[in-house]
Unconditional design. Structure first.
Length: 418
C-alpha cells in the first residue's frame, strides 16, 4: 500500500473511512457480534430512557390534573406561612387578578380557590379535613385524573354539595346522598357551620391528598368563612412545557401587586424527588451499558488486531506512519459505532412503537391509589444521547489497541505474517 493511500491531511478521512468499511466484512462473525452489542446497548438506552420519560410525564400530568394545576398565584407569604394561617393571606380582588392572568395566550383556564381547615361531622364522629372551595365548573378541567368511586362529580349548581376524597369517605363511612356538616372559623374568628350533601367520592393520584381533602363550591366556602376573598388562583395552561415561561411572566406582572407565583413542580415535593431518584438510576444504567459496549468492542478489536499485526507491519514497512495506522484502527471502530448505533436506534424505535401500542399496565406509584398504562416515548434528546454513547464507546475502545499496534516495531509485526 503506497504511502499516499492514507494521509492525515486533506482527503485522508474519506479514504480512511472507505478502507475501514472494506475491512469490516473481512471478519464477518466478529463484526456482527460487535454490531449486536452496540445495537442492543443503544436500543436498551432508547427503551429505558423512553420508559422513564413516560413515568415523569404521566406522574407530572397526574399531579397537575388532580389538584395543583400548572401554576398557582398567592398573596406573598402564603406559601411559607399559609398552612398555619390561611386566612391571613387572602387575595381581596381575585376576579381582577384572574382577568389579568387570563390575558396571556398560553393560559387555558383560571379558577379561584379558597382553602381552609375544618371539621367534618357525619352525625357520629368528627374528622379534621382540608376544605377546598372552588369553581366547580372549572375544577372539572383540572381534575381530569380523578377516578370517581361513588356518586358523581361536584357541579356548579350544587351550592351545598360536597365531594370527598376516598380516604375521608372510608374514615367516616360516607357515601353519596348522606348529609354531613362542616365546622370552620370565619375570617373574624367566629365559628360557623353549614350542612352539605355528599355528591360523590373521588380518588386522585395522591393517597395522602384523598385522606384529608373535601371539595365544595366557592360560594359555599365564602359563606362559611364570611369572606369574598380567596387564597389562591389556579392557572391551567394549554401546554405543560410553557409552565416555567408563564410563571416567570406572571411573577414580573404580579410581583408589584404583592403576589407570589409557584409552579406545580415547586408545589409537588414528591414529583421532584421521584425525578431525582429515577434520573440517577438511569444515569447508572447508562454507565453500565457504556462499559458493556466498551468491553465488547475492546475484546473484538483486541482479537482482530492480534490477527492483523502482520498487515499493519506491512503498512508501516511500505511507508505509512504510526498515526496513519492508528487512524485506520480508530476509524474502523468509529464505523462499527455508527452502524451499530443506527441499528440500535431503529430497533429501539420499532420496539417502542410496538410496546406503546400494546401498553404496559403499571401498579400505582408510591403514595398513590391509581395505576396507569405506561408507554415508551421517543425523546430526541434520549435517542441522540444513546447514539452518542454507542459511537463514543466504540471509538474509545480502539484507542489503547491502536496506540499499542501503531507503536509495535515493524520486525515484530512482520513476524506474524503466515
Amino acid at each position: 500500500m503506497p504511502r499516499s493511500a492514507i494521509r492525515s491531511i486533506g482527503g485522508v478521512v474519506p479514504l480512511t473511512l472507505r478502507l475501514a468499511l472494506r475491512n469490516l466484512p473481512r471478519h464477518g462473525l466478529r463484526t456482527l457480534l460487535t454490531l449486536a452489542a452496540v445495537a442492543l446497548g443503544v436500543a436498551g438506552l432508547v427503551l429505558a430512557g423512553g420508559f422513564i420519560e413516560d413515568i415523569f410525564v404521566q406522574l407530572g400530568e397526574g399531579t397537575i390534573h388532580s389538584q395543583l394545576g400548572h401554576v398557582q398565584v398567592y398573596k406573598k407569604g402564603y406559601y411559607a406561612n399559609g398552612a398555619h394561617r390561611p386566612l391571613a393571606y387572602l387575595i381581596e380582588k381575585p376576579q381582577q387578578v384572574a382577568s389579568e392572568i387570563a390575558q396571556l395566550p398560553e393560559v387555558d383556564t383560571t379558577l379561584l380557590r379558597l382553602t381552609f381547615s375544618g371539621l367534618l361531622n357525619n352525625g357520629r364522629s368528627d374528622l379534621a379535613v382540608l376544605v377546598e372551595a372552588g369553581e366547580s365548573d372549572k375544577e372539572s378541567k383540572v381534575a381530569t385524573f380523578h377516578a370517581l368511586i361513588d356518586g358523581r362529580m361536584l357541579r356548579a349548581g350544587d351550592r351545598f354539595g360536597i365531594y370527598v376524597g376516598e380516604g375521608v369517605a372510608k374514615n367516616l363511612r360516607l357515601k353519596s346522598g348522606q348529609i354531613v356538616s362542616v365546622l370552620a372559623n370565619t375570617r373574624d374568628g367566629a365559628l360557623n357551620s353549614l350542612e352539605f350533601e355528599v355528591v360523590g367520592v373521588f380518588r386522585s393520584y395522591s393517597k395522602e391528598y384523598d385522606a384529608r381533602v373535601v371539595r365544595i363550591n366557592l360560594e359555599a366556602g365564602n359563606q362559611l368563612l364570611d369572606t369574598e376573598a380567596v387564597n389562591s388562583i389556579v392557572v391551567l395552561l394549554q401546554d405543560t412545557d410553557a409552565t416555567a415561561r408563564v410563571a416567570s411572566r406572571l411573577q414580573d406582572r404580579l410581583g408589584r401587586a404583592d403576589m407570589e407565583v409557584k409552579t406545580w413542580i415547586e408545589l409537588s415535593d414528591f414529583y421532584a424527588k421521584t425525578v431525582a431518584l429515577f434520573s440517577r438510576q438511569f444515569g447508572f444504567l447508562e454507565l453500565v451499558i457504556l462499559l458493556m459496549i466498551v468491553l465488547s468492542v475492546l475484546n473484538s478489536i483486541n482479537l482482530s488486531m492480534y490477527e492483523r499485526q502482520g498487515e499493519f507491519g506491512t503498512m508501516r514497512a511500505l511507508g505509512n506512519r504510526n498515526r496513519e495506522v492508528f487512524a485506520l484502527i480508530v476509524m474502523e471502530s468509529l464505523a462499527l459505532g455508527l452502524i451499530g448505533s443506527a441499528l440500535g436506534i431503529l430497533i429501539g424505535v420499532v420496539l417502542a412503537g410496538m410496546i406503546s401500542f400494546a401498553g404496559i399496565p403499571m401498579p400505582p406509584p408510591p403514595n398513590a391509589e391509581l395505576g396507569y398504562i405506561a408507554q415508551i416515548r421517543i425523546v430526541p434528546g434520549i435517542v441522540a444521547g444513546a447514539a452518542a454513547i454507542g459511537i463514543l464507546a466504540s471509538t474509545f475502545a480502539a484507542v489503547l489497541p491502536g496506540i499499542r499496534l501503531s507503536r509495535m516495531s515493524i520486525t515484530d509485526a512482520l513476524r506474524q505474517i503466515n
